[in-house]
Ligand binder design. Structure first.
Ligand SMILES: Cc1cc2nc3c(=O)[nH]c(=O)nc-3n(C[C@H](O)[C@H](O)[C@H](O)COP(=O)(O)OP(=O)(O)OC[C@H]3O[C@@H](n4cnc5c(N)ncnc54)[C@H](O)[C@@H]3O)c2cc1C
Length: 454
């Protein structure tokens, strides 16, 4: 049996890895257009710095991130954030306000701690606390994340707290994001407990797991991709190879490559971003392509700056800060990487990452924007090194209508046994979700092929 996986990001790698176990003896070919695997998981090592181009960690509470590491035997490579700097801030104007203690996910549930916070005004705190007594909306249609949070917790809690935190995950506009596709649990709390606050307060404290809540790998996030790729036994990894069209052929599929070659396969996993997948399946199924093409993407840029430690006035005693959209400007967040993680910079240097909502600026303009931003940390010196990484279509947006789009995609896939989709575009953008989606797609293809062979 032959199975082709398209896309060598973490979802496609996880799919290939699972296929090897689920379809023993099958020939797996992983087709990737780039020079190497990993997709968004890109780590650079230069002059003693470890620079992440995009993701710097993943959630350990979602099982398939640490799960795959354990199965690969690399769990000792997992590292947590530096505990001595465990706090983060929100920037309002040029002032940094600590995030309130006692956040459960996105919502402050410790109202005494919130009282101490300088982030919300007295009116904003009062409005948030009132949530416990607000009557719930009856079950109904989906709504935007912004409208839900404003409705329940008030405008200020949305603008200063929840919006910048969700931008850190989805990168896009909360006015457009579907609550049902992003945080359905918040709506479930309203429906089941009558209030998000009361619902969260009634939940038992999450047991502390075997790992810190956010983990990275000692060698950076690319180490995860490398480890999965290095553990593949019977998969042929075909890098520098762009897939252009998928067609039905002889009860299976043929994948046409830009080189002109056609790869026949009994089963296919497409682990490419939705806009690329839409193009690949256009000749196979117009309705499937249409639904995929409707999934929008948000772009961003990551600017990393290295400084001599003595040239930074601020103690950098935290992990960094987020910037609410309501502040205007193009900067979304600033991570104090060398305070967050061990081993990311030489002892006498600091490493900072500035996230910008603009990816269309020149390198010089991006660095200028980032330098203006970090001037509030008392940094006037020239950086000793800079790196810029652009992600024009980095993060899929689960906008209103996303759940219905997924239903249309699933219905269309029913017409194509042995074809499955994986990746960030569908049911979770975080790395553990992408791994789980690759694994699930592989199992779906294996089930279809084994069923057909019976
Ligand atoms: C700036 C940024 C920061 C992030 N930070 C975090 C974080 O801290 N924690 C976290 O959990 N998640 C984070 N994410 C999200 C997470 O990293 C991604 O959602 C995830 O890595 C996507 O994996 P994937 O395999 O679905 O897609 P990708 O990594 O995009 O892989 C898709 C692959 O398909 C290939 N491809 C596309 N078209 C073709 C074609 N026609 N033929 C052949 N190959 C093709 C691409 O070259 C690419 O390698 C971040 C994302 C971004 C952009």
């Amino acid at each position: 049996m032959k199975v082709t996986v398209v896309g060598g990001g973490i979802a496609g790698l996880a799919a290939s890895w699972t296929l090897e176990g689920a379809l023993r003896g099958a020939e797996v070919v992983l087709v990737e257009q780039g020079d190497g695997v990993g997709g968004v998981l890109l780590t650079e090592h230069e002059h003693g710095f470890l620079v992440e181009a995009a993701a710097d960690s993943f959630l350990s509470r979602k099982p398939r991130g640490v799960g795959i590491c354990e199965e690969l035997g690399i769990q000792d490579e997992l590292v947590g954030r530096r505990p001595e700097n465990a706090r983060s801030f929100v920037r309002l104007g040029r002032e940094l306000h600590p995030l309130p203690e006692g956040l459960t996910g996105l919502v402050p549930t410790d109202l005494d701690a919130l009282e101490e916070s300088t982030l919300l005004s007295d009116e904003g705190k009062r409005r948030l606390a009132e949530e416990a007594d607000l009557p719930p909306e009856p079950p109904g249609d989906d709504e935007s994340l912004a409208s839900f949070v404003r409705r329940r917790l008030g405008r200020e809690a949305w603008e200063r707290l929840v919006e910048p935190l969700t931008t850190g995950i989805y990168g896009g506009d909360g006015e457009q994001l579907s609550l049902r596709a992003t945080f359905p649990q918040l709506r479930a709390l309203e429906e089941e407990h009558g209030s998000v606050l009361r619902g969260l307060q009634a939940q038992p404290a999450a047991p502390s797991g075997a790992y810190p809540p956010f983990v990275s790998l000692r060698g950076g996030m690319h180490e995860l991709a490398d480890s999965v790729a290095g553990d593949l036994q019977s998969t042929t990894i075909d890098t520098g190879s762009r897939a252009v069209t998928l067609r039905a052929q002889d009860g299976g599929y043929a994948l046409e490559l830009e080189s002109g070659a056609a790869v026949p396969a009994d089963g296919v996993v497409l682990a490419t971003p939705a806009y690329a997948t839409a193009e690949l399946v256009a000749a196979l199924d117009g309705e499937l392509a249409e639904a995929l093409a409707e999934i929008p993407y948000a772009g961003s840029a990551v600017v990393t700056l290295a400084y001599r430690r003595e040239e930074v006035e601020h103690p950098l005693d935290g992990y960094g800060y987020v910037v609410p959209r309501s502040e205007g400007g193009h900067v979304l967040a600033c991570t104090w990487t060398s305070s967050k993680w061990e081993g990311r910079a030489p002892e006498d240097r600091v490493l900072l990452r500035v996230f910008a909502g603009r990816f269309d600026l020149s390198d010089d303009d991006l660095v200028r924007l980032a330098r203006e931003e970090v001037s509030l940390l008392g940094i006037r010196a020239e950086p000793v090194l800079t790196w810029t990484h652009r992600w024009p279509r980095g993060l899929p947006q689960y906008t209103l209508g996303h759940p219905e789009r997924l239903e249309r995609i699933d219905a269309a896939l029913e017409r194509h046994p042995g074809l499955a989709l994986a990746g960030a575009a569908y049911r979770g953008v975080g790395i553990p979700d992408c791994i789980a989606s690759g694994e699930e797609a592989a199992r779906a293809v294996a089930r279809a092929l084994v069923g057909a062979a019976r």
